[in-house]
Design a binder for this molecule. Structure first.
Ligand SMILES: Nc1ncnc2c1ncn2[C@@H]1O[C@H](COP(=O)(O)OP(=O)(O)O)[C@@H](O)[C@H]1O
Ligand SMILES: [Mg+2]
Length: 254
């Protein structure tokens, strides 16, 4: 089975979570027989609310629990540790119909963030193969690309608003990813775009997949803490995500 992985990256606040959630909804509706894994890889959190799915534990909770049992000398042997990690991993996954969801959580102590990223990388390597689609809502900025947390992905989806800064971040991530990450196709979604915006014609950024304007339904939905499943079918973020999905799947028929 081929696993198709989408990784959403970009500056903070540009719509990574909203668009990841929209894509997850589209995949789950279009492909009811396929298994989809949604991953909140952003310590700022948000995908759980957007999907209305809450696993009992986060990856960071599991990491801390295992670290604590090592400190206490409770699990001396590596095999025990491994089975404990696998056992707790089940508590990190919430499931609803063809959707599974896990979140890295919000590491609090300094230095923990790298550790949970390293753990996420291992977890993704271990379980991704059980799913047809994996959608990763990434942390803002470049760190997870730099650390190769997302090393082997099918589609790198860069999200920007119309600001110079948003486009610079997209260009910087793309530049770093070219050297560090394997992917088949990359593209940009411009989101929250006002009229009069012209996507920059530069070789610094990959092709534009969709341009999405202001979406009142999305803003309202988010304000009321509603999930992506309450959005009307014709909401601009859903339509934009569908356009991006079609553009990505077009050539290689995944
Ligand atoms: N096209 C849009 N129109 C209006 N509001 C949007 C749009 N896309 C996202 N938002 C809102 O902008 C805020 C930031 O979006 P979010 O998806 O959380 O960004 P990120 O995950 O990149 O930080 C949220 O309140 C979200 O509901
Ligand atoms: Mg987010």
């Amino acid at each position: 089975m081929r696993t198709v992985t989408f990784a959403f990256t970009g500056k903070g606040g540009v719509g990574k979570t909203s668009l990841s959630a929209a894509l997850i909804r589209l995949l789950s509706e279009r492909y009811p027989d396929k298994r989809i894994l949604a991953v909140d890889a952003d310590p700022a959190i948000g995908l759980a609310t957007a999907l209305d799915m809450k696993p009992p534990m986060t990856l960071d909770d599991v990491r801390l629990r295992i670290a604590a049992s090592i400190d206490k000398g409770e699990t001396a042997d590596a095999i025990d540790l491994l089975s404990e990690a696998k056992f707790h991993l089940l508590d990190c996954i919430a499931e609803r119909s063809n959707l599974s969801f896990l979140a890295i959580g919000r590491p609090e102590a300094a230095g923990c963030y790298c550790k949970v990223n390293a753990y996420l990388k291992q977890v993704l390597e271990t379980i991704s193969g059980n799913f047809d689609y994996v959608v990763i809502d990434g942390e803002a900025g470049i760190e997870q690309i730099n650390r190769r947390v997302m090393e082997n992905i099918t589609y790198l989806v860069l999200v920007s608003d119309g600001s110079r800064k948003g486009i610079q971040v997209v260009s910087a991530i793309h530049h770093v990813a070219v050297n560090l990450v394997k992917w088949e196709k990359a593209g940009v979604i411009f989101n929250r775009i006002r009229s009069g915006f012209d996507p920059p014609a530069t070789q610094e950024i990959p092709p534009v997949l969709a341009v999405i304007g202001d979406d009142d339904a999305q803003a309202q939905n988010d304000m009321q803490g509603q999930s992506v499943f309450s959005l009307p079918d014709d909401a601009p973020v859903l339509r934009g995500a569908a356009q991006a999905l079609d553009a990505l799947l077009q050539e290689n028929g995944s």
